[in-house]
Design a binder for this molecule. Structure first.
Ligand code: SAH
Ligand code: SF4
Length: 414
């Protein structure tokens, strides 16, 4: 029990709190990332009766995800006396923005920080007909693909559902895209009306830092919030999850999340894929393609995207292109191929294929009737392009190390 006038330093367990929910240091619980049911359970736990808790959870959920509100004081359809009661116990968080950069081509990159001081990145890519947010699923990545800068990060931790959905919320904040209309609960506003008003952020790709299928539960829970019709209401058809080939999780991805699938194939022989995507040693090419063929929801209308990074003299020959076509046919895959020019980073062990080589590779695949566009690199000047994400914090610490080494050398020479 707390002694009046004293600050009790002992962390008292809070019995009855919803599973997996840890209050912040000030004792308040961050509601961002929690499903409506968990919010209701927390409200009930804090003293509301079940019916009240459910109603308030519905209202708060709507303010959080439909309106982007972070202050309980602004939730005008909740009784005035109730708002401070909520603010004392709960909070609506956002990842902290450490740095925001804009590329000469309009691409934006944000360096974000979790409450426990871990840095990760998110990228927004505007196009004429769409705006794509590239969302991270982990801080760093354990998979060490040889051409990927993220794979060289030492620190790795899974992002929580709140940190994942928080990226989408933050992008909406930054782009000023929360509906401004009526501030009551618009029961009659349809999802179509909500999304058909010329928003910039129209698509989400899980292609930032990390392997999303190595953080399956959190990615699923976050994307469920993104797709919830009473919240952000983004259609699953506008969301793509990219995996380097975590075969055992692919079926669940289709069944439990139902988003479009992109697979980082990058090579068509065991030898080359083993080298550049080391996960191939665990889940081989044929196993991966069989899992693609069985992906729930894939069809000619919803094709699987095969990503193929173009590495000079490594995976870019005519024979490789023909083998790619053969494999896609063999497994009868509803597929499109996305050719990604390799984005260089300091110390990378590969070079990008020549533009002529990329074009020829694309033609061979295309002539067989499979779409094979070449992806235009975006945001290269701010290190925002595919595979360039590695947090500035890490780069700085490297620079710091170099500076220290130089100082040491100078001292020795003096
Ligand atoms: N971990 C997931 C998703 C993030 S990577 C995955 O690997 O699929 C997003 C895409 O960028 C993947 O296809 C990845 O292989 C590709 N990529 C990584 N490094 C790259 C680089 N240096 N140049 C071009 N594409 C790269
Ligand atoms: Fe990880 Fe994807 Fe980079 Fe491979 S390409 S190291 S799986 S982020």
């Amino acid at each position: 029990m707390q002694i009046p006038g004293h600050i009790d330093p002992v962390a008292v367990p809070r019995p009855g709190l919803v599973d997996g929910v840890t209050p912040r240091d000030d004792g308040r619980v961050d509601l961002l990332g929690l499903p409506k049911k968990a919010i209701a359970a927390l409200f009930e736990d804090a003293g509301l009766d079940a019916k009240q808790a459910k109603l308030r959870a519905k209202q708060v959920f709507h303010w959080l995800y439909h309106r982007g509100v972070t202050e309980f004081g602004a939730m005008t359809d909740i009784a005035k006396t109730m708002r401070p009661w909520l603010a004392e116990r709960f909070v609506v968080g956002r990842p902290e923005v450490v740095e925001a950069q804009v590329s000469s081509d309009g691409t934006r990159k944000w360096l974000l920080r979790t409450a426990d001081g871990q840095d990760f990145e998110m990228v927004f890519i505007p196009d004429a007909d769409r705006g794509t947010l590239c969302v991270s699923s982990q801080v760093g990545c354990t998979l060490n693909c040889r051409f990927c800068h993220t794979g060289t990060m030492r620190l790795v931790r899974n992002l929580t559902p709140g940190e994942i959905v928080g990226q989408v919320m933050l992008a909406r904040d930054a782009l000023g895209e929360w509906p401004k209309g009526r501030m009551d609960m618009p029961d009659d506003e349809t999802a179509a009306e909500y999304t058909a008003d010329g928003r910039l952020l129209t698509n989400i790709v899980m292609m930032g830092m990390g392997e999303p299928l190595y953080n399956f539960d959190n990615v699923r829970d976050a994307l469920k919030l993104v797709m919830d019709g009473e919240g952000l209401a983004l259609s699953k058809r506008r969301i793509t999850l990219s995996t380097s080939g975590v075969v055992p999780m692919m079926e669940r991805c289709g069944e439990e999340i139902g988003v479009n699938l992109a697979v980082s194939l990058h090579a068509v022989t065991k030898e080359i894929r083993d080298e550049i995507v080391p996960l191939n040693r665990k889940y081989g090419l044929e196993e991966l393609l069989a899992a693609c063929a069985a992906y729930p929801g894939a069809s000619n209308a919803r094709r699987i995207t095969f990503e193929y990074v173009m590495l000079k003299d490594k995976n870019d020959s005519d024979d490789h292109a023909r083998e790619l076509v053969r494999l896609i046919r063999k497994y009868n895959l509803p597929a499109k191929v996305n050719l990604i020019p390799f984005n260089p980073w300091p110390g990378a062990p590969y070079e990008c294929s020549t533009p002529e080589r990329v074009r020829r590779f694309s033609e061979i695949v295309f002539e067989s009737g499979i779409s094979a566009p070449v992806r235009t690199p975006r945001g290269r000047d701010i290190d925002a392009a595919c595979g360039q994400l590695k947090t500035a914090a890490e780069k700085k610490s490297r620079a710091e190390l170099d500076r220290l080494a130089a100082e040491k050398q100078a001292a020795l020479e003096a």
